[in-house]
Design a protein around this ligand. Structure first.
Ligand SMILES: [Ca+2]
Length: 78
């Protein structure tokens, strides 16, 4: 159970870094962003859905992490 929690936390951090890097890279001009949506145009072809689903992905991860923390640390059955 804890392994799933750690995996989700690592995944959430990774997604956070990906989203932050996309904004950083496009703002700094490190990667071209001709349509000004803060997604590097080279990523947009295959990974656009990752950005379109950002709210749902982060909300889902946050919900799952909170749920697991509650289940592991606060609810005990004995
Ligand atoms: Ca773009």
């Amino acid at each position: 159970m804890k392994e799933i929690l750690y995996l989700l936390i690592v995944f959430a951090l990774f997604m956070g870094i990906v989203y932050a890097y996309a904004i950083y890279a496009t703002k700094n001009g490190k990667s071209t962003d001709e349509n000004n949506n803060f997604i590097p145009d080279s990523w947009e072809r295959f990974f656009k859905w990752v950005f379109q689903a950002k709210v749902f992905i982060m909300f889902g991860l946050g919900f799952a992490i909170g749920f697991l923390i509650c289940k592991i640390y606060f609810i005990t059955f004995h």
